[in-house]
Design a protein around this ligand. Structure first.
Ligand code: NAD
Length: 470
């Protein structure tokens, strides 16, 4: 598919030259992408602003039909979408085919919210009526990340559009094609010009221009906490609300009464899925001291099974140089602060690509920076604890709170622990369960607001309190 922006329903090339999209598999140049300038951002926001009255006033059934046609087109183009997205992400095409089907369903799901956002009648008496209606905000800036370029695009765009807003989508520059294709398919499905605009560009240029635009009424961003803070500061100046889905440092707590084999399997598989480049990857395994040796041995044995050419336990490429150098830095630090349990080295391969062994460290306590900061790569820290209270303290002793997992056969202990964990999602005796109906997000530097389900609708609507007298 030719690379282009979608602005005001038309394909455009932008006015700022191009940038190269690099393959994670061999670091070759996959293609050149137009690079959005501030003027392109301005055009996109103005197109969205012009389209807003038409879109917010369009009948619910008409809008619902457009959503369903969009979902059908995505389904019909799953293969093409997957072919474009998988090479940019460095993953298997089949995995993205499944994701494309999932996001088509997510659009169908949010089509159900289009006609149900009516308000409440608060009082209706002889001399007055008082009602509250929910109204869309206007132009929304949607900014998904490279590690979930199509899911995150729909997580933001579907509820924002269902609420009656128009959208400027700034696709991640490292994996831009998926979002641009989805916007193109929305146009083909019949969405009016300007309702969903999409462009690609560099964060500090096109991203800042979009975030700081006065006519953008809300910014929905998924990315790292440091970038989230920069964006939130700009928004604070303009009293602009934000939805922020940021990082994680997710713990698994393995109590002494846990099913140890299950706990080991789920800790390892969620730590090293997509080389740990997942926001909710398990990056800290907290283990009761009485079972520490058994768990460390079990984790080491399980991790040894990973290999680049092993289809069942694969090691894929790290996404880019930035991720690779971050991983190298934290692995070097882990070797100083803790004991290496597995991995620890770069994998040299012919044909390019940045590969790193899944790496596990055992620490005496959680004071190392490896136990505190998000690495976003294949590095797992094991930390022992001696009491339930200490486990909870360590679990909460990070700046993030996206997801936490608890393994125990004692129901009371599980309930007590869940209540005390500072975490948006808690899994108990299971792990990595997701459901588009359920909220996603978390406290502290993990962000602001929730995505998925009815919870995602809230930020995209504002209440208007109306009194009507005689
Ligand atoms: P990042 O913060 O480095 O970059 C994200 C995006 O921000 C990029 O597209 C970049 O161009 C843009 N950007 C950079 N500077 C900007 C600025 N000044 N103004 C506006 N935009 C700017 O994050 P990343 O490394 O690309 O993504 C990985 C991060 O995303 C991890 O921290 C991960 O945990 C997080 N993430 C969170 C979730 C979640 O649901 N909580 C999901 C996926 C990823």
């Amino acid at each position: 598919m030719k690379q282009h922006f979608i602005i005001d329903g038309k394909k455009t090339q932008g006015r700022n030259g191009t940038f190269d999209v690099i393959s994670p598999r061999d670091q070759s140049i996959l293609h050149s992408m137009p690079n959005a300038s501030e003027a392109d951002v301005l055009d996109a926001v103005e197109a969205a602003q012009r389209a807003f009255p038409l879109w917010r006033n369009m009948g619910g059934v008409e809008r619902q039909k457009l959503f369903l046609a969009w979902a059908d087109l995505i389904d019909a183009n799953r293969d093409m979408i997957a072919a474009e997205v998988s090479v940019e992400m460095g993953v298997l095409k089949d995995d993205v085919v499944g994701t494309a089907g999932y996001i088509a369903d997510m659009i169908r799901y949010y089509s159900g919210f289009i006609v149900t956002n009516y308000g409440d009648v608060l009082s209706f008496e002889d001399d007055h009526m008082n009602v509250v209606v929910n109204e869309p905000l206007g132009v929304i800036a949607a900014m998904p990340p490279w590690n979930s370029p199509i899911e995150s695009t729909i997580q933001k765009c579907a509820p924002a559009l269902a609420a009656g807003n128009t959208v400027v989508l700034r696709v991640p520059e490292e994996a831009p094609s998926g979002g641009l294709i989805l916007a193109q398919l929305a146009v083909e499905a019949g969405f009016p010009a300007g309702v969903l605009n999409a462009l690609a560009g560099m964060g500090p240029e096109s991203g800042e221009a979009l975030v700081g635009h006065q006519k953008v009424r809300l910014v929905s961003f998924t990315g790292s906490a440091p970038t989230g803070r920069i964006i939130a500061r700009t928004c604070a100046e303009q009293m602009k609300p934000v939805v922020m889905e940021l990082g994680g440092k997710s713990p698994v707590i393995i109590f002494d009464d846990a099913r140890i084999a299950d706990a080991i399997e789920s800790s390892v598989s969620s730590a090293f899925c997509f080389q740990g480049q997942i926001c909710c990857a398990t990056t800290r395994v907290l283990v009761h001291e009485s079972i520490l040796d058994e768990v460390v041995k079990g984790i080491a044995e399980r991790v040894e099974r990973y290999d680049v050419d092993n289809e069942a336990f694969p090691i894929g490429p790290l996404f880019n140089d930035k991720v690779f150098h971050t991983v190298e830095k934290f692995v070097a630090q882990g070797k100083k602060d803790g004991t290496l349990v597995a991995g620890g080295g770069v994998i040299e391969r012919e044909g390019g690509g940045r590969y790193h062994q899944p790496t596990v460290f055992l620490f005496k306590d959680d004071s190392s920076v490896v136990c505190k900061e998000e690495i976003f790569g294949p590095v797992l820290a094991i930390i022992p604890f001696s009491s339930d209270e200490e486990a909870i303290t360590i679990a909460n002793n990070v700046d993030y709170g996206l997801a936490a997992t608890v393994y125990s056969e004692n129901r009371q202990r599980i309930f007590k622990t869940i209540r005390q964990l500072e975490s948006g999602t808690v899994w108990a005796n299971c792990n990595f369960k997701f459901n588009m109906h359920m909220p996603w997000g978390g406290p502290k530097s993990t962000g602001i607001g929730r995505e998925f389900g009815k919870y995602a609708m809230k930020p995209y609507l504002q209440e208007k309190n109306i009194w009507i007298g005689n």
